[in-house]
Design a protein around this ligand. Sequence first.
Ligand code: TRP
Length: 448
Amino acid sequence: MSTQRAQFGTRLGVIATTVGSAVGLGNIWRFPYEAGAHGGGAFLLIYIGFIFLIGVPVICAEFIMGRGTRRNIFGAFRTLHSNRCWAWVGYMGILASILILSFYSVVAGWTIEYLVEAVSGSLDTAGNGAELHNRFDHFVSGWRPVMWTLAFLAVNAVILFRGVRGGIEKASNILMPVLFVILIIFCINSLLLPKAGEGLWFMFHPDFSKVDSGTLIGALGQAFFSLSLGLGTLMTYSSYFSDSTPLVKSAVTTASLDTVVAILAGIIIFPAVFTYGCEPAAGPKLVFEVLPAIFHQMPGGTLWAILFFFLLFLASLTSTISMSEICIAFFCEQTGMSRRNATLLNTGIAMGLGTLCALSFGPMSNFTIAGLTVFNLFDYLSSNILLPLGGMLISIFVGWIVDRRLVRSQLAGTGNLPHLLLRAITFCLRYVAPAGILLVFLSGLNII
Ligand code: TRP
């Protein structure tokens, strides 16, 4: 491995790449359906609490390990501690990254289908709840989702092989702000819908009687998923930060922007859910049922639809590239495999598992394990269990095991860090994050 590592040139580059990894289908597809399934307002409040009390400190922990060692997740643990047991956090990250890549590609495949339909003009149909529901059900019960999943993974692989990432990332740095602007326009549009008030009430009025262990696990899993946290993505990115990048500030900015995008998505979706008579707890299909109705009532709806799905497709691609990279780096560095073969292996596994996920809404919808379809099982296992568990171990590692001087010098960087802030972050890493995650797990097992 060369000792001279590339570095991000500008502070904006740092923010654009970390936010680019964080913002994706997690915000626009997963957040609204999780919030919808878990009662809206109360979920949102708990989610925001988890983002800032657990998410931000764990991002700092990943940053400290990444920039402190300038290695990937395996190298970072090995450099900081001789005990090989910690490498298991890395293995867990790889398992989670493959599971996530498999089901994420299915949803990215849905965006391709909707993009193609928007371009061909067939997306533009007036909708009421039942019609929108049937339309999506008809699509997912066939084989087309499998075709799009495989197509998406193939595009992902081509980018990974060719190393044209630079271009994609540069393009997305320009296009993601465009996505942001479009989301704001859609928000205004949704706020003008007849039942906007009901939607906003659902999303922002916390009804704590609806909170149960499912809400807590769902909110924690969503926080980790949306921040790309717990499997070493941000650790790897931060190994390219320059010494003067302020870690705490970058962590807070990333978390805030990511949360803003999720809230915007909620403001777009829930007014429409109530206006068109959809079911907020519809699960993974929620957003795809509601969006066509939104486009239909917008002037120039087809063009908006094309733009929206294209940008969502790109946002998903930048996320899957970062996910695949973890697994590819592992195969290359730990087994000496060529990059090409590692990419083929990663893509092959994801294509196999992704096909099962894609069929979970149709031909394989009756095949369940522990009451969950393959798609839901992969999502639940990775987001709600493996990522928080990885985050818990990373926070324990940085809070208790890593040399305090390294933690302090990394957090302070080339500037000064207020003593109180250092203490607050260390406290969160030592106690709040591990205990919080443990309590959520225990509540899920009905132990407390
Ligand atoms: N955070 C991304 C999203 O919201 C998904 C993602 C990318 C991810 N890389 C990750 C999730 C690593 C978990 C871990 O769409």
